[in-house]
Design a protein around this ligand. Structure first.
Ligand code: AMP
Length: 171
């Protein structure tokens, strides 16, 4: 984990004063660290009969699609509003900075699906809670939520107490 942590760059006051932005681009440009992070993200979930990995736009797409590839299942993108071309379900939520919406195609998942939700980082947990809500609206079951980074002080884990949470690096 120390090797992963060494590849996360802290950018103070981005995108707003007071935010310590955790930049994962140095990690994902390093093949060995990218591979290690994805393997560690999915490691607890072998044997859990995951049928789909869901990832949030945009950094959740990087880790989520690689996690899906490794697990041998499909990837479902949760997108920002107005991007999906077909019928979509939508949720609104609060971020550490500002507010946002996420959407998913109505036929992306169903009640036969066992989902691993993946994002780069959990802060307040608002994005992940909204994502879980969206996934459950389609009838799918959430097996766990996996994050590369967890900002412990923001207590996102508490908001997700109904779910199993797996994070690699804690700040
Ligand atoms: P939250 O909904 O507060 O848990 O915020 C999580 C989402 O916002 C994730 O998709 C992150 O990519 C992004 N995010 C929030 N805070 C930060 C941060 N300090 N550094 C990098 N990304 C962040």
């Amino acid at each position: 984990m120390q090797r992963l942590e060494a590849r996360i760059r802290n950018i103070p006051d981005f995108p707003k004063p007071g935010i310590q932005f955790k930049d994962i681009t140095p990690l994902v440009k390093d093949h060995a660290m990218l591979k290690l992070s994805v393997h560690q993200l999915i490691q607890p979930f072998w044997g859990e009969n995951i049928t789909a990995v869901v990832g949030m736009e945009a950094r959740g797409f990087i880790f989520g699609s690689l996690a899906a590839w490794e697990l041998g299942v499909g990837f479902i993108p949760l997108r920002k509003p107005g991007k999906l071309p077909y019928d979509a379900q939508s949720v609104s939520y609060d971020l550490e900075y500002g507010s946002a919406q996420l959407e998913v195609h109505v036929d992306a998942l169903n009640s036969n699906d066992r989902v691993l939700l993946v994002d780069d980082l959990i802060a307040t947990g608002g994005t992940a809670v909204a994502s879980c809500e969206l996934i459950e609206k389609l009838g799918a079951e959430i097996v766990a939520c996996a994050f590369v980074i967890e900002l412990d002080d923001l207590k996102g884990r508490k908001k997700l107490s109904r779910y199993s949470i797996h994070s690699l690096i804690h700040y």
